[in-house]
Design a binder for this molecule. Sequence first.
Ligand code: ACO
Length: 322
Amino acid sequence: MIRYSKVIGTGGYLPEEVRTNEQISQTVDTSDSWIFERTGIKSRRIARADETASSMAEIAARQAIEAAACAPEDIDLIIVATGTPDRVYPSTGCLLQQRLGIKNCVAFDVQAACSGSIFALSIADQYIKSGAAKKVLVVGSEICSRIVDWTDRGTCILFGDGAGAVLLCASDEAGILSTHIHSDGEYEDLLYCPNPQAATDAGKDEAGYINMRGNEVFKVAVNTLGRIVDETLAANNMQQSDIDWLVPHQANTRIIAATAKKLKMSMDHVILTLENQGNTSSASVLLALNEGVRDGRIQRGQVVLLEAFGAGFTWGSALIKY
Ligand code: ACO
């Protein structure tokens, strides 16, 4: 009997504060129309000063646990994807474990920038398929607003804060059909965020903000995501028409539209959240999945393609029979 990882609950959290394009255009040289036309973003959410990746993760996680009608102590593995951890250590996973009051489980973080939640889903799936875990909580949580240089118009327009969560359970029924993850460390210069405290003397003066050569990242992202669609369909012996929903990482509408075109899919079958959320990095795919599930667009039995691309470069996909 094949053992699958089945999605049994999803959750999400967005901070209350809305920061619009108009507000950003009062502090840097940009405009609502430039940002919207180039990215599809109109506003993003900004965390309160007392919020952290683990506090947002807790809210999203509790929602997913409730949706799954599961007790927190049944969870045997927590994987948190984040590039903005509360602390260098303990991991945000351990902090979340503490918040959820779970004594006997394993918890750790995954750092794969915007692809983090796909990497975390892939790891969770291997644990479940091997029998090493039965219930796995996967969370992507990010406070991007704290690693964005709010004077850099090339990046500050893009990012937002939030957390998404999914609870997976071992099942004989089809769930995650396959995951595909990749990394290519050759592209550090195109997209990175320094850690001045741990840097060599040469890097100590650098601020800990996102640095991105957006246009170059854009081109690699479009090509790479096209390839991951082919890889995922081929691995499952499927055609484009077999996919019901695309749940993409929310970096730029133009990148997402290129992936939808590759799938010969109308944008009506794409879960888009970036207009009012911006790019929430590793949280974005799980936030979009949660939205599609909760508003009833994604139905049980449908085939959903999740994909992401991020710094590293890292990229990946998860094909799910929901
Ligand atoms: N407002 C107005 N003008 C701007 C702005 C702005 N906010 N930002 C840049 N410009 C200007 C540039 O200076 C440039 O001017 P120039 O022609 O006089 O030199 C011009 O607009 C065009 O700039 P480009 O960078 O070529 O603009 P592009 O169309 O590529 O859009 C963007 C920029 C939105 C950043 C796009 O490149 C993008 O989305 N890139 C991909 C981002 C991504 O996917 N990142 C990966 C995930 S993130 C992660 O892993 C952490």
